[in-house]
Design a protein around this ligand. Sequence first.
Ligand code: C2E
Ligand code: CA
Ligand code: CA
Ligand code: CA
Length: 277
Amino acid sequence: VGVHRGERVTEYSDDINPYNSRRLTLMGDLQNAVNNDLLELYFQPQVNCKQNKVAGFEALLRWNHPLYGFIPPDEFIPIAEKTGTINVVTEWVLDKALSSIAALNNSHHQMTVSVNISAVNLKQKQFLLLVQTLLNKYQVSPQLLILEITETAMMEDPENALLVLTALNQIGVKLSIDDFGTGHSSLSYIKQLPVHEIKIDRSFVMEMDSDKDDAIIVKTTVNMCHDLGYEVVAEGVETLTSLDTLKAMGCDYLQGYYLARPLPMSELLVWLHKQHP
Ligand code: C2E
Ligand code: CA
Ligand code: CA
Ligand code: CA
């Protein structure tokens, strides 16, 4: 039977290719990593340009594998999406992100937490209920949760994405379009969505200093997004020069190594302590 033969060929080449055997091992180990708390959530600060203060954090997943060591999310998230483990992974991330922001916030300073959502999550029947349950569990105001979704993820099933994202927006959660400028969505589609902010992809921001075209793309995107009523986040801010340029362009929030790398909670607390109030 044609289809099965094709699959067997793939499995065979998996066995002789060391990269793919690693991939198979990771597939098997990820569920175990979630169950046994072997994942770790890092937090990268986002700074409000105009107020010059910490607005919130993007939650970024880390996996320290007992055999392979540190595995970047770019490698294991696609695997998690393929196997369906992404549903429990995202649940774990949301739980940690919300408990962490609940612990960090006080009546003087309310910060947001941004969580990356995959296309698979939007297809998950109970996703809205999950978000609602976790917001209740940690008593976090829904406006403090920002869900980041890439254009590419939304476009896998645009009609369903519209339904799910609209429902999430109705309970007060904010939506952010991630990696803006690199995907295949159209502005006419994005305009239908209850989007709160746009994140300009770091590939443009990182090269702004040296590449005039990138600076033009960033500037034009900031202006267009503001005209459409969206807030703008620039990620990949690595230099003081790009920080100054982005401020002058009127960008709302900045995120990048120049300000802070993604940090584990213990280091984040130290970093926060060093910021002036
Ligand atoms: P992303 O959502 O675009 O996240 C931003 C990435 O840029 C992070 O990589 C971050 O460490 C990196 N970054 C931040 N500032 C700078 C900078 O100034 N310069 C440079 N060169 N890079 C910077 P990271 O943590 O390796 O994550 C890679 C991707 O993995 C993320 O890209 C996101 O797509 C995915 N990811 C990470 N955590 C999660 C998660 O919990 N769930 C899902 N579904 N995806 C995740
Ligand atoms: Ca992101
Ligand atoms: Ca991004
Ligand atoms: Ca370029």
